[in-house]
Ligand binder design. Sequence first.
Ligand SMILES: Cc1cc2nc3c(=O)[nH]c(=O)nc-3n(C[C@H](O)[C@H](O)[C@H](O)COP(=O)(O)O)c2cc1C
Length: 347
Amino acid sequence: MTTNLFQPFRLNDSLELQNRILMAPLTRCMADDDLVPTQQMVDYYAKRAETGLIISEATIIRPDAQGYPNTPGIFTQAQIQGWRNVTDAVHQAGGKIFLQLWHTGRVAHTYFFGGEHVLAPSARQLEGNLSRTRELTYQMPKPVSKDEIAQLVLDYTKAAENAIEAGFDGVELHGANGYLIDQFLHHDSNVRDDEYGGSPENMARFPLQVVDAVIAAIGQDRTALRVSPAAYFNIASDPRDKAVFEYLLPELNKRNLAYLHLGLFDDSMSFDDLGGNATDFVRKHYTKTLVGVGGYSAETGSDAITKDRFDLLAIGRPFIANPDYISKVKQGIEVTPYSEEMLATLN
Ligand SMILES: Cc1cc2nc3c(=O)[nH]c(=O)nc-3n(C[C@H](O)[C@H](O)[C@H](O)COP(=O)(O)O)c2cc1C
């Protein structure tokens, strides 16, 4: 019933996946205090190497990108070496792994990096407390200057080069879930009146500059992107956002990315501002390899691929509960259900 998941899939001339299941990026907050991946993380990823492609937990490109405790980085030699241990172990076990590159923008907090302010497209503050450090509240961000935008593009590029040095098969730019790149793409967080705001083309400018710079550095075959047209997390939705993605998605078609990945928790949801389902919206405007995600089992995901809603299936929480998810599904063994308490230990 799920046999289509277990066919190899050629992403491009450089990469063939052993099956169509991706491990979705899952933040676990288990790096050491220098944000270096640990031996426990090496073991965690290596156990999941039967997956067609592992996408690492979101990994910060520089200190002021941090909004959660103990999230790994990719900007020091020690972090690069720590990740090298992970990629070596995954490769030895026959797997492939991309690094997800992250800047949290206004979801960051100076508590983590000791700076003066957090950066975002505009001075539009999130309400409430940080999700995994509840005693801290979000801060009013400083709008990034054009010089700071140029520096951010350089820092994403350097982080991508560091990822290749660390042995990753590629990178996924985290353009989803209300973090920095996504903040440029939504009217709730971007009220700029320069060439980075005010129109779909301007709002897509920074995301496309990052994509293009990373492609120039490491190649289109090794560059992927995650997007959330439906603002549903860390950001409020606005009916004008749809037009931004109607501009962005055809632009991305021209880039020949390794894949485009939906940023979603539940793909059964419908979003009024998009006129329905987010995956169907993206499929309509984006014609290349698409990764679907959000509340899927192997059976429902396999069915969605059969119906051509997307090409590859990303699985998140079930991988936390089942290190051996792939062999269980292949053999028809029932998977262990996920529960939030499982986040406390890295298994
Ligand atoms: C604990 C946890 C951590 C997550 N961390 C990330 C992350 O680092 N980057 C990201 O893009 N999405 C992250 N997500 C979203 C997942 O990648 C995925 O989209 C979501 O869990 C829905 O898929 P699922 O129903 O198969 O779990 C996280 C989700 C959970 C539950």
